[in-house]
Design a protein around this ligand. Structure first.
Ligand code: AVI
Length: 316
C-alpha cells in the first residue's frame, strides 16, 4: 500500500509556546483566543460539517466557480506542478483540481496533523501517481516550506477564504511570505466578498448550531493545552457583523459570573463578557487586489460567481 510522507515542520508546534499564547489572550482586558485553536481533530470535523450546510455559502459557491472554470483555471495555472495546500483540512478542494491540474506532488499543510493522518492515506491510495506529503504546521505567524518538499513549479493553493481569518497586516505578511517562495508558480486564492448582513448572519449562526459547536470546541482545545477548567456549558456562541471593518466576528459569551482557572493563574468573567475567537474578513475585488499588490503580486486572473459572492484569484 502506498503511503504519504509526513514531514516535520522546521518550526515544530511547541506546546509551551501555544500555552503562553493562550494565556496572554485570556488575561488581556478583552479576552481572545486565536482561531487556529478551533482546528483540533474534532474542530476540523465540525468545520467540514459546516461546509456542508446550505447556509454556509462560501464553500458551495467556491466549488461552483472551480467547477465552472476548471479548464480555464488549468490553462492559466498550468499542469504538473507541486500543489501546496495551505490549511488542507479534508483535502477535498484540492482533490477536485487533481484531474485538471494533474499535480506531480501534493503537499497538504494543516494545523491538525492528526486530521491529515486520517485523510491523506486514503487520498494517496486513490491517486497513486501523485506523491503526497503531509505537514502539521502553524503557518499563521511565519511560513516556510519544510525541507523535503519536491523542487517542482509551485502552485500554492489557499482556498475557502481562510485569508479572511487574518487581520490585513497579518494577511499581507503571510501573502508576502508565500510570494517569496513561489518561484515560477503562483497562488490560487479563494476570497469571500462583501455582501448583505442577513446572509452573513445565517452563514455564521446556523440553525443546526454547528458553528456554535465549532466555536465552543475551542474551549476544550484550550483546556487540553493549558490545563484550564473551561466548561462549554458556561458559554454561548454569538456573532457580530462589523460593517465598518467588513468582517464577521465570532465570540463566546459567558452565561454567568464565573472564574476559569489553570495551573498558576485564573481569569474572572462577568456575565455577558465576551471572548473573541475569530474574524472572518470580507473583501471587495478592489481591496483584495490592493492587498495582494502590497504583498508583491503583479498579475491577477479572477473568476467570480454571477452574484459576486466569492472570488477565485490566481496571483503571480
Ligand atoms: C476557515 N474559515 C475561512 C471559515 C470562515 O468562514 O471564516 C471559518 C468559519 N468560522 C465559522 N464558520 C466558518
Amino acid at each position: 500500500m502506498l503511503a504519504p510522507v509526513f514531514l516535520t515542520d522546521s518550526q515544530p508546534l511547541i506546546q509551551l509556546d501555544l500555552a503562553e499564547e493562550i494565556k496572554t489572550g485570556l488575561l488581556a482586558q478583552s479576552a481572545s483566543i486565536s482561531p487556529k485553536f478551533l482546528y483540533d481533530n474534532l474542530g476540523s470535523h465540525l468545520f467540514t460539517a459546516i461546509t456542508l450546510l446550505p447556509e454556509y455559502y462560501p464553500t458551495r459557491i467556491e466549488n461552483e466557480i472551480f467547477g465552472q472554470y476548471r479548464n480555464e483555471i488549468a490553462e492559466v495555472v498550468g499542469q504538473n506542478s507541486s500543489l501546496i495546500d495551505l490549511g488542507a483540512g479534508n483535502c477535498q478542494k484540492a482533490e477536485s483540481l487533481f484531474e485538471s491540474l494533474k499535480p506531480t506532488s501534493y503537499i497538504a499543510i494543516d494545523f491538525s496533523i492528526e486530521y491529515l493522518q486520517e485523510i491523506l492515506p486514503k487520498l494517496q491510495n486513490k491517486y497513486p501517481q501523485v506523491d503526497m506529503y503531509g505537514v502539521g504546521m502553524d503557518f499563521s505567524a511565519n511560513f516556510s516550506l519544510p525541507v523535503g518538499v519536491p523542487q517542482a513549479k509551485r502552485t500554492f493553493f489557499y482556498p475557502g477564504s481562510s485569508i479572511g481569518n487574518f487581520l490585513a497586516t497579518e494577511a499581507e505578511h503571510l501573502l508576502r511570505q508565500i510570494r517569496a517562495q513561489i518561484d515560477k508558480g503562483g497562488l490560487l486564492l479563494g476570497v469571500d466578498l462583501m455582501k448583505g448582513e442577513d446572509i452573513l448572519r445565517t452563514a455564521y449562526d446556523d440553525s443546526l448550531k454547528l458553528t456554535a459547536a465549532f466555536n465552543l470546541n475551542i474551549l476544550r482545545v484550550v483546556n487540553g493545552l493549558l490545563g484550564s477548567d473551561f466548561d462549554v456549558k458556561d458559554f454561548r456562541h454569538t456573532i457580530k457583523v462589523n460593517t465598518v471593518l467588513n468582517r464577521v466576528e465570532l465570540y463566546l459569551e459567558a452565561l454567568s459570573d464565573l472564574i476559569v482557572s489553570w495551573p498558576g493563574n485564573s481569569r474572572a468573567f462577568k456575565r455577558g463578557e465576551l471572548i473573541h475567537t475569530e474574524n472572518s474578513h470580507k473583501y471587495t475585488l478592489d481591496s483584495i487586489q490592493a492587498l495582494l499588490t502590497r504583498a508583491g503580486y503583479r498579475a491577477f486572473n479572477i473568476w467570480t460567481d454571477p452574484q459576486d459572492y466569492f472570488a477565485v484569484i490566481y496571483a503571480q
